[in-house]
Design a protein around this ligand. Sequence first.
Ligand SMILES: NC(=O)c1ccc[n+]([C@@H]2O[C@H](COP(=O)([O-])OP(=O)(O)OC[C@H]3O[C@@H](n4cnc5c(N)ncnc54)[C@H](O)[C@@H]3O)[C@@H](O)[C@H]2O)c1
Length: 312
Amino acid sequence: MGARVTVVDISDAGGTETVRLIEETTQKREKDAQAQAQADDAHAAEAGKAGGGKTPRAIFVKCDVARPGQLAQAFAAHVNTFKRLDVVVNNAGIANEVNFAQPESEEASPASPDLTELKEVGGPPLVRAEVDARPWSRMIDVNLKAVVDGVRLAVECMAATPARSKEEEEEEKEEKEEGAKIGEEEKKSRAKRVIINVASIAGLVAHPTLPVYSATKAGVVMLSRCLAHLESELGIRVCAFCPSAMDTPLARSIGPALVKAIADFGGYLPVEKAVEGMMKLITDEGNGGSVMKVNPREGCSYVTFDDHILPR
Ligand SMILES: NC(=O)c1ccc[n+]([C@@H]2O[C@H](COP(=O)([O-])OP(=O)(O)OC[C@H]3O[C@@H](n4cnc5c(N)ncnc54)[C@H](O)[C@@H]3O)[C@@H](O)[C@H]2O)c1
């Protein structure tokens, strides 16, 4: 209920629509809480607090995550506005696959819409030579390199900002003194800091028509596993999230190559199921370095690996 969100996207339309949806949902929940409070005087003061406040619930920062300077500015915008950072979801992804059986097809592939947008993003105009125009190379930049940058920036910002606001610490102290019991919802909102890297089932299961996409996602899985130690060292959990195919523009851009894989997992994964898995990763404790998979047939579960993590 109390979350403040920065939406980071290369797309103006997608980013502003997401912020609008967050505002709409939270306003509705606040109204419901106020109505509840009127029926229950004991909660009136609390509900009043939730509704006021000048800080927005959500802001949008237009950013190409594959440009480290822009990504750093997006993190700075969040910290300047909200003063703390508890949850980061590195979610941006694209699928510009290579057909290894037809190497010449790359020349013929149309310019990625993503690259076209790149020129519209603020900052100095890009010189052609600065951009590696190979679509698959751009996919590595967005799906893997930007996740590395996203984790590094998240750790830096989390370490530099207080985990809880002074008011919350005071509240918690008072609650303890009064012997008050914290509700389950409240406990969840106080869960320790977490970075979720969105990988894919393609990062766990070899998908012959998506070799480079799968390689980027396998990279995200391994990156997250290797960072398990950040939980004991810094109190930051880093996890990877591996959903099966969902009906989104990215999946549709892959086309027929995905159809067989979708059938294999029991159809498209409903977005609500993906959200459920993501929320479990965020609220579970002690899961730093873990990998969660979710598909329509089996639901969500933590992945167990045959190998082991080497000592640091
Ligand atoms: N749809 C699926 O079947 C599926 C399955 C498993 C994992 N995933 C992963 O889930 C994540 C979200 O994908 P989706 O299916 O919702 O796709 P989507 O195309 O609906 O959303 C991707 C979002 O990333 C943004 N984006 C793309 N390039 C960007 C860049 N350079 N900088 C900033 N933002 C950028 C797009 O504007 C878009 O809002 C991706 O990492 C994807 O690989 C998707």
